[in-house]
Structure formats: C-alpha cells, structure tokens
Design a protein around this ligand. Structure first.
Ligand SMILES: NC(=O)c1ccc[n+]([C@@H]2O[C@H](COP(=O)([O-])OP(=O)(O)OC[C@H]3O[C@@H](n4cnc5c(N)ncnc54)[C@H](O)[C@@H]3O)[C@@H](O)[C@H]2O)c1
Length: 266
C-alpha cells in the first residue's frame, strides 16, 4: 500500500510555502491545507482547504494522513477574539481529529512568545517555565500543553517548536539571539518527523546562534543540527550600534516588542 501523505496546515503561509517543495522532495507526498487556497500545487502535493476553527473541516484535512505539521495559526499578537478560534479552538481540533483518525505524530509550531517574559539574561531549556507575553503566546503555551496531554493520555508523539524569528536573514539586534534560518527550520522539522524516539519534546526553533538564550541539549531524541549562525550578520546589524533602551520590556525580555504592548497599562 502506498504511504499516506504528511499533512501541513498553514501551507499558504510564509514558512509553509518555503517548506513545501523541500518536504515533498524528502517525503514524496504532502497534503497541504490552509483556510485560503494554498495554490499553486507542486508535484507530489494534494490540497484540502480547511478553516481549522471548524472541526468538520479539520477532520477532512487530517483523514488518511500519517503525521501533521501544524503551522496554521493567527501568527501575530491580536485581541483574544481573533486568537481564540484559530489558535485555541483550531489547535484542539487538530489534536482531536488526529486522535479520531489514528494519527499520532504532530509537529506543532509554538513560539518564543510562549516564553516571552523571561529576561534576556537567562538561559532557557526544555524544562523552563512557560511565560507567555500576550494572547498569542498564551495560545502557543496552550498548544504545547494540549500536546503534552495527548502524549500522556493517548500515546501521541509531539514536538513543540518554540520558533524564534524565522526569516531569510536576521535584521535587528534581537534577531542575533532569536534567528532561525529557513534551511535550519527544514532541518528541525525533518529531525522531528524522522525521530524514532519522539514522545513529548519542546525544542527552541533557533539557528546555531552565538548569542542564543536557549539550549536544546535536553532533547537528544531529536537529532537537530543547525548550521547557520546569526553572528555572520552581526557586524552589519550593529554597524550603527545597539540603540535599544535597556529599560524597555522589549529589550529586557525575550519576547521583544510583544512585551511592550499594554505593559503596566492598568
Ligand atoms: N515566522 C516566524 O518567525 C514564527 C515565529 C514563531 C512562531 N511561528 C509560527 O509558525 C507558524 C507559521 O508561521 P508563518 O510565519 O508561516 O505565519 P503566516 O501567518 O505566514 O502563515 C500562517 C497561515 O495560517 C493560516 N491560518 C490562519 N488562520 C487559519 C485558520 N483559522 N484555519 C486555517 N488556516 C489558518 C493563514 O492563512 C496562513 O497562511 C505559525 O503557527 C506561527 O505562529 C512563526
């Protein structure tokens, strides 16, 4: 019997579009899903348009797949009413549809905003406390916890990727600590898909950055070997100095600008 496809949600987004041809090349078959049409389809791709806030639509997207890369989300900070359907209800729908269709492995795009209120002087690892910096960060912390529960209760295999700043190039001083190059994102996602020992893993989605605040060494079951380093861009980024105000929450805390939003507004 032919192998079932891997499902990628959020397939019309920035990271999804970059990953798609590379995932097809490595794994042969990919089902791409998004609430907007993820056309044009490449060779090896099939599409199911689905709004993840609808259980029925998610269920159609999940049926007949063998693993899920869950990247579909409202991907920036927003008011609760915006975050709730896509990131809370949507993430529950993905996990629950996976359970009903017998799909056990989920690679979940979490975010650095799940730990955004840690000070930039700290070093975090897989056991560090969640400290979300807004509603978006809370939704990513929720997705991690939902994964943990589905692992313990239903025998799932879940990797939560606390993605830093996934960009073609780092652009500002904060990115020297948070950058994840696109090729390293691919290395991270495929290391999670290929792991033979995955149960529940929290990994920082970062390149091999010299100024990183994060440490993935507690997760040996995922053989992630990043190759890029934001430091290669440091001279260019810091050519006019680092003009950030050290007292601002966006400088003090890992979540950067999201930490300034409504800070101490009472
Ligand atoms: N790009 C980064 O630096 C970064 C950092 C941390 C986390 N992430 C996470 O990685 C994932 C991908 O990020 P991206 O930069 O490609 O974001 P993006 O906004 O470009 O793509 C997200 C996709 O999700 C889709 N989507 C939104 N609501 C949906 C819904 N209700 N139903 C179905 N699809 C829906 C959107 O249409 C979009 O195509 C997201 O989950 C994001 O939160 C990204």
């Amino acid at each position: 019997m032919a192998e079932k496809p891997i499902l990628l949600t959020g397939a019309a987004g920035a990271l999804g579009r970059w990953l798609r041809p590379r995932l097809v090349e490595k794994y042969g078959k990919l089902r791409v899903s998004d609430k907007i049409d993820p056309a044009p389809l490449g060779k090896g791709e099939e599409s199911v348009v689905a709004d993840i806030s609808s259980f029925e639509q998610v269920s159609r997207a999940v049926a007949g797949t063998r693993a899920i890369i869950h990247f579909g989300a409202y991907s920036i900070e927003a008011k609760w009413e915006t975050i709730l359907p896509a990131n809370i209800v949507g993430t529950y729908n993905v996990y629950e549809a996976a359970r009903l269709h017998g799909v056990k492995r989920i690679i979940f795009a979490s975010s650095n905003h799940a730990i955004g209120f840690h000070e930039t002087t700290e070093k975090l690892d897989a056991d560090s406390l969640q400290k979300p910096d807004g509603y978006y960060g809370v939704s990513k912390a929720f997705g991690e916890n939902m994964g943990s529960m589905y692992v313990d209760k239903f025998g799932f295999e879940v990797a939560c990727l606390r993605i830093g700043s996934a960009l073609p190039e780092p652009k500002d001083p904060r990115h020297l600590s948070t950058w994840l190059s696109y090729p390293d994102l691919f290395r991270l996602v495929t290391a999670c898909l290929d792991s033979t020992r995955l149960r529940f893993a929290v990994l920082y989605g970062m390149s091999r950055n010299k100024r990183s605040w994060w440490d993935n060494s507690k997760v040996p079951e995922v053989d992630y070997r990043p190759e890029d380093n934001a430091e290669d861009y440091a001279a260019q980024i810091l050519s006019h100095g680092d003009n950030r105000d050290p007292k601002l929450p966006s400088t003090r805390f890992m979540g950067g600008p999201y930490c300034d939003i409504d800070y101490l507004k009472r």
